[in-house]
Design a protein around this ligand. Structure first.
Ligand code: SF4
Ligand code: SF4
Length: 498
């Protein structure tokens, strides 16, 4: 047996090795994903985040039932029990996970607001056919709300560095609000950095300068929709023309300026045939590729339909095309070395500030998650607590191997029809990459988020922390058990499928 990746550091400090239980028979834990390859087996423990490899002889029969005495007589089986790969038959693993999750949250979760998703405006110069904001009033922050938002951030931030994700609408349609909020933070001597989710159409050389010099933008996600014809039809810009190549040129300029860019290409069956052309155009137009990653995200309507598995299979199979165009392909699962304490921004201590100053937990601004405003602070703690309850598990998730790495609350408006099957496919893909030692792949953003399936579903939302390599995520993660990506709209998990 070979240990490929060690378990979450904090979890292994808190969780003792599993002891042998008198008279019990042992079976593979529900949280262990096997991947068979060339006679060997990789076993990935989704609970502890430990990954091991069994050679041909050791791997034989890994999924069998073992008696206590068989375990006692075998050093390998004893280790598999100690490391929670084998568990007593009949163990309530969901309850076990819930206990560990409570403990980890109590141990590592910071108090207070640790990041902000700010919507300067719901206005947008595109009319994306799939936009979840369709029908919403296109309000923008008033000068008074802008000032109060900055004050709210200064008063509530619990991090050393304030972290903001500019979201919308199209956040650059509310550029003066971004200038003003950053100006106030700077004037107050606060340390801050930001990320942004944008369609990229309003980015100019001056915008890139401000991103660097005033807004402290480190990461940006640009949403695109395939080849030019599909892009124009779907974005349906109010000015009527195409900015397809201009957006790609802006991507190059931002990359050159040291800003990490993730291109999220929304896909469905209709624009998929244009993807080779899209990648070819990107290859030609983005001269500076160092800081650019590309990933595909099925539209929410596809995620919620029976066609989701087919779409994901195509996406996974498209990796060589992305690589051939000179960009890092994505690891869509976004699985790393750390136990997942928060599942998305809704349960990670992030505040979503809408243009009218309302505070939400979820960036979809679902009414149930509104809990206050920047003027009065928290006015509805009950709504806040109820939306992202993490103390119960949905029935369909209780026996699922992905439970420790999935959204734990049912209020999330995003649905995945075959969530488990898709995750299984993505997990096998990740293990295949590990096995091939193809570590150098980018992670879909996720802020954050990260998103594993069941995470944030805004079509233009996070979903891709930028390309920390799979190897980095397993080997160099700080291991603080927090601050790991899509949860806060920063960092590297895609959200992965968010
Ligand atoms: S939402 Fe789906 S993939 Fe996630 S834990 Fe539940 S059943 Fe599993
Ligand atoms: S994962 Fe779901 S609940 Fe969390 S922010 Fe995204 S849409 Fe909202």
């Amino acid at each position: 047996m070979r240990e490929l990746f060690k378990p979450d550091r904090i979890l292994s400090n808190i969780l003792p090795e599993q002891k042998l239980k008198q008279g019990a028979d042992y079976v593979l834990s529900q949280f262990v994903l096997p991947y068979e390859t060339g006679g060997r087996v990789l076993l990935c423990n989704v609970l502890t985040h430990r990954i091991i490899e069994l050679n041909e002889a050791a791997g034989e029969g890994y999924g069998m039932r073992f008696t206590g005495s068989e375990v006692g007589d075998s050093e390998l089986l004893t280790t598999l029990v100690k490391w929670y790969f084998l568990v007593p038959e009949g163990k309530d693993e969901c309850a076990f996970y819930e206990g560990i999750s409570r403990m980890m949250r109590a141990y590592t979760r910071p108090k207070g607001v640790n990041s902000y998703v700010i919507m300067p405006t719901l206005g947008c110069n595109a009319r994306c056919v799939y936009c979840y904001e369709e029908g919403m009033e296109q309000t923008s922050m008033t000068p008074e709300t802008v000032e109060q938002t900055a004050r709210f951030i200064l008063e509530t931030n619990s991090n050393k560095t304030i972290r903001i994700n500019w979201f919308g609408g199209e956040p650059l349609a509310g550029e003066p609000a971004i200038d003003r909020i950053c100006g106030i933070l700077r004037g107050a001597g606060a340390s801050y950095r930001s990320s942004m989710i944008s369609n990229g159409s309003l980015i100019t050389a001056e915008t890139v300068r401000k991103m660097k010099d005033l807004w402290n933008v480190r990461d940006i996600q640009i949403s695109m929709d395939g080849a030019e014809q599909d892009y124009c039809a779907r974005k349906n810009y109010t000015f009527g023309g195409s900015c397809y190549r201009r957006v790609m040129n802006s991507v190059s300029a931002m990359s050159e300026a040291g800003i990490r860019v993730v291109i999220r290409c929304n896909v469905d069956a209709d624009n998929w045939t244009g993807i080779p052309q899209f990648l070819d155009d990107l290859k030609g137009e983005v001269g500076h590729k160092d800081n650019v990653a590309v990933y595909f995200s099925p539209l929410n309507a596809i995620r919620a339909s029976v066609d989701d598995v087919t779409m994901w299979s195509r996406i996974v199979a498209a990796r060589p095309m992305v690589e051939a165009a000179g960009f890092k392909p994505a690891d869509y699962l976004g699985f790393g070395s750390r136990f997942r304490i928060s599942h998305c921004i809704a349960d990670a201590g992030s505040a979503v500030v809408a243009p009218d100053g309302s505070l939400y937990l979820c960036e979809h601004c679902v009414p149930e998650s509104r809990y206050g405003d920047v003027f009065r602070g928290v006015t509805d703690k009950a709504a806040m607590d109820a939306f992202a309850r993490t103390d119960f598990t949905r029935e369909k998730c209780r026996k699922c191997p992905f439970l420790p790495d999935c959204t734990s609350f049912s209020a999330c408006p995003v649905e995945d029809f075959h969530c488990r099957e898709v995750k299984e496919m993505l997990a096998k893909d990740m293990l295949k990459l590990l096995d091939e030692k193809s570590y150098n792949i980018g992670a879909p953003m996720g802020e954050a988020r990260s998103a594993g399936l069941g995470e944030c579903g805004a079509e233009d939302s996070h979903g891709s922390g930028f390309g920390d390599s799979l190897k980095d995520r397993f080997e160099n993660a700080p291991g603080d058990g927090f601050d790991n990506g899509p949860e806060d709209g920063f960092g590297a998990r895609a959200g992965s499928l968010c």
